[in-house]
Ligand binder design. Structure first.
Ligand code: ADP
Length: 482
């Protein structure tokens, strides 16, 4: 589909309005996960360059917070419009470096842009108050102020959306931002920064830095100038970053790993549940933090559901994201393939049965055939851990209370999905599932207008909705006395 096209990639970092290379010219390579081919490289910035970026973001902050809210929102709207105008080009870059099918990449760019559109509403900043408790009128005021310089560390599975859902509220609130994208997918981030520059977002307000994750992470977390870190990624790295932010007492938003149960109750519309499971499980080849992990099916409909799911999964077309009609792309790297193989081997050794898939598709690059396994249970690693791949373990259940008790033992608490027609049952699940988000009779829940986030080991803070901007605001109380 992209054959013969030259897709320009920005091979520089963006700091204080300038496109820079590393001071010692060192670089990091980026590969196409579908072919293993070299795509390009980005600079490996030095500690001094990272520190320089933090200083630039600080200088820019004291100017940016003075820019009237409506003007900040106008600049965000201009950025949104440029992204929408260039969505095809951005989606091509995204598919090349991340692997997801082009249609999904286009969907992600639109979704990413929708966060900028959402947070460019000035009314989201109408958050102050005049309290009625003072002895004189207007003597107790509450203001919202921007937190200050913020940092974002983002993952490879949504190279555009994970950035805009942090940057847009930060900038609307009057904060400046330093983004460190995942090393696998920096080019989408850099292309977004290019458009922010074109939109007229002032120098130093948005910066994108590349290089060694640990070095950059250490500088960002230890700097007292950086007042907030927003991280999306694994629970292990999130908890390390949280510890590293403790000495400087930063504000934190952490969107970490999930393990979303997908529950199909006895009265569910089975065809709708199968479609929901396909969407929730196999989107991005299973590599989203809200992907359904294991699928729990009521005993009375288990066999019918399993047969229909397998038939549907066998229709999913694998291939490079730039090929027509492909719905399942490659996994991000070889390590991801090995993880899926380890989880499958563990499940089979404990009595699971492969109903379809179960092996690599081709030996080159990082392909795994969409897989369904039966007879899964809570002892298996694929049920306890986040799979992050195209494997659907089916767990049979007979007792809702027991199921909920087992699910409560899980550390993660991001999303859950339930298919049921019974209002009382829906109310029980809505209350009892220990997660941040629940979808009933749907496999897709995300939207810029709603609060996205988790509980327990899935992290803290919310992105999107009204809540998303509060993460970038600090409350100040003013007492006026005469
Ligand atoms: P995933 O398993 O999805 O790759 P990670 O948590 O490893 O998730 O990575 C998410 C982001 O965190 C990436 O941008 C990665 O470079 C970054 N990262 C990984 N380790 C560290 C670290 N020690 N310090 C700072 N950032 C890190």
């Amino acid at each position: 589909m992209f054959e013969g096209e030259v897709i320009a990639l920005r091979e520089q970092a963006f700091v204080n309005g300038e496109w820079i290379t590393a001071s010692d010219d060192s670089v990091q390579s980026v590969l196409n996960p579908a072919t293993g081919a070299y795509l390009g490289s980005v600079p490996q910035l030095s500690v001094r360059q990272v520190d320089g970026c933090i200083r630039a973001a600080e200088t820019a902050f004291y100017q940016w917070r003075e820019v009237p809210v409506r003007e900040r929102c106008r600049l965000l709207t201009a950025w949104y419009e440029l992204i929408m105008a260039e969505r095809e080009r951005l989606a091509r870059i995204l598919t090349l470096e991340q692997g997801k099918p082009f249609a999904e990449a286009l969907g992600e760019i639109t979704y990413a842009a929708s966060y900028i559109q959402w947070f460019s509403q000035p009314t989201l900043l109408d958050t102050g108050a005049t309290l009625p408790y003072g002895e004189t009128p207007l003597s107790m005021l509450v203001l919202s102020e921007p937190v200050g310089v913020c940092a974002a560390i983002t993952p490879w599975n949504f190279p555009a959306a994970m950035i805009t859902r942090k940057v847009a509220p930060a900038l609307a609130a009057g904060c400046t931002m330093i983004v460190k994208p995942a090393p696998d997918t920096p080019f989408t981030a850099l292309a977004l920064a290019e458009l922010a520059q074109q939109a007229g977002i002032p120098v130093g307000v948005l910066n994108v830095i590349t290089g060694d994750a640990q070095v950059i992470g250490q500088r960002l977390t230890s700097s007292p100038t950086v007042r907030k870190l927003s991280f999306t990624g694994s629970t292990a790295v999130g908890s390390t970053l949280m510890a590293n932010c403790a000495p400087t007492l930063k504000r934190l938003s952490l969107e970490l790993g999930g393990n979303a149960p997908f529950i199909v109750c006895d009265d569910a519309d089975i065809d709708a549940a199968v479609e929901g499971a396909i969407a929730a499980k196999f989107r991005n080849a299973g590599q989203t933090c809200v992907c359904a992990n294991a699928i729990y099916v009521d005993d009375s409909i288990y066999d019918v559901f399993a047969a229909r799911l397998v038939a549907r999964v066998q229709q999913l077309k694998l291939g490079r994201g730039d090929e027509a009609d492909v719905v399942i792309g490659p996994l991000i790297n070889r390590a991801a393939v090995h993880k899926v193989e380890r989880l499958l081997a563990d499940a089979v050794s404990k009595g699971a049965r492969v109903l379809c898939g179960g092996q690599r598709w081709r030996e080159d690059a990082n392909w795994f055939v969409p897989t369904v396994i039966a007879n899964a249970n809570f002892e298996m690693a694929c049920v306890k851990e986040e799979i992050f791949g195209p494997v659907a373990p089916l767990v049979r259940f007979t007792d809702e209370t027991y199921l909920l008790q087992q699910l409560r033992q899980q550390h993660a608490g991001l999303a859950a999905y339930v298919y049921s027609q019974d209002l009382k049952q829906i109310q029980r699940f809505a209350r009892d599932l220990e997660v941040g988000m629940v979808g009933f009779n749907t496999g897709l829940i995300s939207d810029a207008a709603v609060p996205f986030g988790g509980v327990k080991a899935s992290g803290m803070g919310r992105e999107g909705g009204r809540q998303g901007i509060e993460e970038y605001l600090e409350t100040k109380y003013i007492k006026l006395s005469n």
